[in-house]
Write a protein that binds this ligand. Structure first.
Ligand code: FAD
Length: 329
């Protein structure tokens, strides 16, 4: 806990800046898609770049831990909450340059809202990502993707705050890999905006693809399901090291299970008997091994126990350790 005098002062400053967009001791379970997490000491909703940067400056000045998040669709928070400042990025400026088919968009812009907007004007390249929850910033952080498209595909530049200055990074500098980017290493870098350049297609065709994709996704993720999407990352076979471990592992995997060099962690979990396992209200879906959800009153403690059991089962059967796609705060 922070000394009252210090919190009073930062609280006053945050209140002046954010007014009703400041919440105190707010339960994170109210905002995480898996509905887990105790209170955040402070949560603010930053709608403009200067607000976000000022919130960061204040947290640093008062030596208070802080984290920038999007819509919390890929976040697991602790039951004790977050004893610091949570900054929800809601910077949602958007400029469209029709002549170059490019868009500059704030990192707090909702991904689906952007897809709908660009579909309507015939800009192609994100239509198959329709239905991935969250913001542009969250998608860039985790190199989100689905059905053969990834956020990096049309990305040109990313505007960041690196702790000292605001600057632009090229796509190459973001070091995108499968569900990974430089932002997972540079934890103090904040994504502020991004520019994308698209190809052209007929709006009606793009809208249909997005509609069909959402319909397909709703079979796996029924509306209202409390979950963070896929819990574990799929395995990129060539990244398994050392080579001796990879060779041993591959002896246990039917070749047809490998697609585009990847193996679904859901397959490993299902073979290891994960489906339907539960710790109180936290359960593995009965129809998908890599889908962990909260039936209602699940806690981070229950989740940690279940994750430990699942990893242990996969390790025992396949000699490989799964790693999480979700992010812990
Ligand atoms: C039902 C469901 C289905 C899903 N399906 C998919 C899928 O098909 N493909 C896929 O890739 N993902 C999927 N996800 C996971 C999730 O939607 C994505 O990871 C999404 O991109 C996260 O965006 P967000 O804004 O919610 O980020 P958050 O969950 O809020 O944050 C995720 C991480 O990004 C960091 N972060 C967020 N914004 C910033 C910023 N501006 N600057 C710096 N760091 C930042 C946070 O600190 C955190 O570490 C799914 C999730 C759900 C709930």
């Amino acid at each position: 806990m922070y000394m009252k005098t210090r919190t009073d002062t930062i609280e006053n400053a945050l209140h002046t800046l954010f007014k009703k967009r400041l919440r105190i001791e707010y339960p994170l379970r109210e905002i995480t898609s898996i509905h887990i997490g105790g209170p955040a000491h402070y949560i603010v909703m930053a709608q403009h770049e200067h607000e976000l940067l000022e919130a960061v400056r204040l947290a640093r000045a008062y030596r208070m831990p802080y984290v920038v998040i999007g819509e919390a669709s890929n976040i697991i928070a602790e039951d004790i909450g977050f004893n610091g400042l949570v900054i929800q990025n809601r910077i949602a400026d958007c400029t469209i340059d029709k002549s170059t088919h490019s868009i500059t968009v704030g990192a707090g812009y909702n991904l689906l809202a952007l897809i709908k907007r660009i579909n309507a004007i015939g800009l192609a390249g994100m239509e198959r990502m329709a239905g991935i929850p969250g913001t542009i910033g969250g998608a860039i952080y985790g190199c989100a993707g689905a059905y053969g498209q990834e956020i990096k595909d049309c990305l040109h530049h990313v505007q960041i705050y690196d702790g000292r200055t605001v600057r632009w990074l090229t796509r190459d500098a973001c070091m995108f890999r499968y569900r990974s980017s430089i932002f997972k290493k540079k934890k103090n870098w904040i994504i502020l905006a991004a520019t994308f350049t698209y190809t052209h297609a007929h709006p009606a065709a793009l809208k249909k693809i997005s509609r069909d994709t959402i319909r397909l996704r709703e079979k796996k993720y029924p509306r209202g399901m409390r979950c963070p999407g896929s819990f574990f990352k799929n395995l990129v076979i060539k990244m398994i090291s050392p080579a001796s471990l990879r060779d041993e592992f591959m002896k246990k995997i039917p070749p047809e299970k490998i697609t585009f060099g990847k193996l679904a962690s859901g397959y490993l979990l299902e073979e290891a008997g994960a489906m339907g396992l539960a710790e109180h209200d936290i359960a593995v879906a009965a129809y998908h091994g890599n889908l962990i959800y909260n039936k209602g009153n699940g806690t981070a403690h229950d989740l940690a126990r279940l994750v430990k059991r699942l990893k242990h089962r996969v390790q025992k059967k396949f000699g490989i350790e799964l790693s999480e796609e979700v992010q812990y705060i």
